[in-house]
Ligand binder design. Sequence first.
Ligand code: ADP
Ligand code: MG
Ligand code: ZN
Length: 653
Amino acid sequence: MSDRAAPWATEVESKAERRRQRLAQATGRQRAARLLALSLVGLLLVYAGALFFLRPATSGTSLDYGQLVRDAACTAPRCPAKVTQATLLSQDNRLVGTLVTPGGGGQQFATALPSADPTTLLRDLAAGGTRLAVDGQEAKALVRFLAQFLLPLVILADLFALLFLLIQGGGGQAAELVRFATLGSRRRTAEARPTTFADVAAAGEAVTELAEVRDYLADPSAYAAMGATPPKGVLLVGPPGCGKTLLARAVAGEAQASFFSIAGSEFVEVLVGVGAARVRDLFAQARASAPAIIFIDELDGVGRRRGAGVGQGHDEREQTLNELLTQMDGFSPAQGLVVLAATNRPDILDPALMRSGRFDRQVTVDRPDVEGRLDILTLHARGRRLVDAETDLALVARATPGFTGADLANLVNEAALLAVREQATVIGRTHLEEAAERILSGPRRRGRLLSDEEMYTVAYHEAGHAVVAAALGKAGAVRKVSIVARGRGIGHLATVTGSEDGSVRRRSTIEVQLAVALAGLAAEELVFGEPSTGAEADLERATAWARDLAGRFGMSEAVGPVRVLHEDREVFLGRDYLTSGDVSQPTLEQLDGEVRRILEESRRAATGVLRAHRPSLDDMAAALVDQETLEGPDLEAALSWIASRPRRSSRSD
Ligand code: ADP
Ligand code: MG
Ligand code: ZN
C-alpha cells in the first residue's frame, strides 16, 4: 500500500508547492501595494511639512510697503520713523528689520516686497543710514526645489504604481487570492492521507457506480485498447452533506489521480468571459496532470437551463456553460480525465449537460436510512472511545431519520466535545443524545426528527403508492419505498421509476399513473380519516397530468379531441400552460370540470384498490416504520404477492 501511495503524495506535494509559490507571489504583490500606500501617506506628510517650512517669515508687525518707502525716502532731520537695520530675505522676498520711532524704542517689522524691482527702496534705505544685509536662505531654496519639483514627481510615481497594482489585483487577483487560499486549505487536508471508498459508508450503490470511474482512471489505456467508451462525466445528485464531495475525493484517492475541485459559483463572474477562461484553465491544468478528476461542485450555479434567465448577467453564465460543454466534448477517451459534478437540483440543469458524452451518468447520493446511518456513525466513531458503541450507536441511528452523513459526522464530534467538557474519559449515551439534540435545534438544519404520528402518516402514504402501483400492474416500476426525506424539502417519495417517461402513453397508462399518484392521499384518508399536507407534490403532479389528459391529448370524452392547452416553454424553471388563444370560456370551464372529475375518479380508484389490499397496506406501513426503507428482495416479495392476487376492478365506475 505504501509503495503505491508514494507517487500520489509527491504529486500532491508538487502541486501544493506550486500553489504556495502562487500564494507567495500574490502576497508579495499585496505587500508591495501596502508599502506603496504607506509611503504615499509619508510623502504627502513630508510635502505638507515642506509647505509649512516654506511659508514666508512673519516676525514682528507687518508693515505696509508704501509706508516703508515713504519712511525710507524721508531726508528731513525729524522723520516720523527710521529703519535702523534691515535684512532682505531673498527666498521669501521680504524685508525684516527694526523700525525706530523718535518718541520711543525700536520695533520689529516685516514687509512683503513687490515683485517689481525694490532697488529704489534699498538705495533709499542705504542712503538713510540703515544697516542692510541679505539672507540667501539656502535651506529654503533647497526645500523649495524639493517641494516644487522632486516631491510631486515622486508622489505621482508612487500613486501610479499603486494604482497599477490595485487594478491588476482588484479585477481578478484579489478574488483569486481568496480562492487560492481557500482551495489551498481545502486540498491540504487531503494531503495527510488519500480519501478512499473505505471513508464512505452507506453509499454502496454510488460506490459501485463510481468504481468504474476508478478502474478507468487507474488504467485509461485499457479502455482505449478495447475501444470502449469510458465514463466522461458523472453527475452526483443529492442533498448537501450526503457525501458527494467525499465520494469524488474517494474516487481520486482510489485511482491515485489528481483532484481539481471548483464550485460552479466560482465560474460565474461579473465580467463576461472570465468564467469561460477559468473553465479553459481548469481543463488545461487537469489535462497536464492526468489522470485527473475535475470536480465541479454546485453545477447548477453554472449549468442552469440556457435562455431561461431573467435580467442581465446570464450572458456570462451561458458563455461559461458553452465553454464547459465544448471542453467536455473536446477530450478523448485516452486522456484519463473524468469530470464529476455535484448538484442537488438536477431538475434545473440544462438538458445539453446530460447529453451522451457529457454528464450522461447520474449517481444518486441520498440521505441514509437507519442501517446506513449506523454504518456512518460507526465509521466516524472509529478511534473514539464509547461506553457501549454497539447499542448506543444503534439507538442514535434509530432516532435520527433525515440526518445526512455530515450531520452524523458532526453528531459524533459534538458528542466527543461534550464528553471532553465533562472531563469524561469515554463517550456515553447521554453525550450522543445531547449532541443529536444540538444538531436538531441548530439553525442550519432543514430536515427534522419525525414524531411517531408523522412517521405513521408518511409510512401509510408511501405504502399506499406502492400497493396501488403493484395492484395495477406497475410493481416493476417501484424500486424503493422509503420514509426518509429525500431531495429538497419534505417529500418522502416512493421511487417509481419509468412512470413519466415513454413518449407514447395510452390513456389507460396515464389513468394508472394518476391512481398511483393519488394513492398516498387515498391511503391517508382511508387509514386516518383525513389527508395530510404531505400530498401536495402528488396533487401538483396529478393535476398536471389530468390537465394534459383532457386539455392537450384530447383523451376526455367531455372536452373531445381538442387541444385546448399547450405547454409554455418560456417560463423559467417549470411548466405552465397557455390556452391556444381561440378557446372559448365555456370550453375552459368544461376543462376545469373534467380535470376535477378525472382526479376524483383516480382517487376513488386508488381507494378501491387499497380497501381490497388493506392487510398488505398495513404490513408494508409497519415494515416502513421499522426499517424506513424497503428495497430489493423484501420489496419484491411484498409487491409480487399483491400483484398475484386477483385484481378487483381498479375503477369504481
Ligand atoms: P456534500 O458534498 O454531499 O455536500 P460532503 O461530501 O461534503 O457532502 O460531506 C461532508 C462530510 O460529511 C464528509 O466530509 C464526511 O465527514 C461526512 N459524510 C457525508 N456522507 C458520508 C458518508 N456516506 N459516509 C461517511 N461520512 C460521510
Ligand atoms: Mg459538497
Ligand atoms: Zn406521495
